[in-house]
Design a binder for this molecule. Structure first.
Ligand SMILES: Cc1cc2nc3c(=O)[nH]c(=O)nc-3n(C[C@H](O)[C@H](O)[C@H](O)COP(=O)(O)O)c2cc1C
Length: 239
């Protein structure tokens, strides 16, 4: 029977202790509201920090190059084109990640800013799922992510908004925007929610920004609560 349950894929990437992580608190807020509405059957949580995605090996690249030369095929056909045990091992590490991303109606990412960009744990996931043909929709020839909603929850120690002294140092949001839109997620379906000045409560020279940090966190919570109650964009039908 066709499976039409809404699905949420929740990815966390903070390396910090779970109890202290701002991004985890915020993604949990979203996930709890979503699960209250839709149940837990379609909920998948992947912790990229405690359960890291393996770095790419040479056989991953060799398999990808062969696919690019012959023309990309949908992911379910790639296994038959693997040529060595190493390629089969790489593909076994990759296919489940691609499948759960394609199946999700909503993708929720917890992304702290690390050194002006995203944590290496998330970058490892991005590198692995970005395989030739990974998001090809054989029915339409377009992207399998064109009706996927993506909610990126960011936390930063400082502030990087337009007009701030460090606006040009933000390689987190522009990078994720480029990656998701390049792989078929519509601008309108891509939401960035941020808690800024997270270090104001820890670092004395940032103490004057504590009100700004509190306001940013309150706005993030409100926005996430609203986003979590939105119905899926379409009902994805899965075999
Ligand atoms: C390794 C590391 C690098 C960081 N780099 C930056 C940075 O470049 N800019 C910034 O504003 N905050 C930076 N921070 C602060 C974090 O973005 C901030 O503490 C955030 O709340 C972390 O998310 P979490 O609370 O979910 O762990 C860094 C923190 C760590 C641990």
């Amino acid at each position: 029977m066709a499976d039409t349950r809404p699905r949420l894929l929740h990815l966390d990437s903070s390396a910090g202790p779970a109890a202290e992580s701002l991004t985890r608190r915020l993604t949990t807020l979203f996930a709890d509201i979503w699960c209250d509405r839709h149940g837990t059957d379609g909920y998948r949580h992947r912790d990229l920090a405690t359960d890291p995605v393996a770095p790419l090996g040479p056989a991953y690249v060799a398999l990808g190059r062969r696919l690019e030369r012959r023309g990309a095929v949908p992911p379910e056909q790639v296994g038959a084109l693997t040529a060595t045990p190493d390629e089969r091992r790489e593909w076994a590490l990759t296919l489940p990640l691609i499948s759960e991303l394609r199946a999700a109606d909503t993708v929720l990412l917890g992304v702290p800013m690390y050194n002006f960009s995203v944590p290496a744990a998330l970058k490892a996931w991005i590198d692995r799922v970005t395989f030739p043909g990974a998001f090809l929709d054989p029915g339409t020839g377009g992207s399998a992510l064109s009706d996927t909603r993506v909610v990126v929850v960011m936390a930063r120690g400082g502030a990087y908004g337009p007009g701030t002294p460090r606006a040009a140092f933000d390689f987190q949001r522009p990078y994720l925007r480029a990656w998701f839109t390049d792989h078929g997620v519509a601008e309108d379906n891509l939401h960035f929610v941020q808690a800024e000045m997270a270090l104001a409560s820890l670092v004395s020279h940032l103490a004057r920004f504590r009100d700004q940090a509190d306001a940013s966190l309150a706005a993030a919570r409100k926005e996430l609560a609203e986003l979590a109650t939105r119905p899926p964009l379409i009902t994805k039908v899965r075999a």
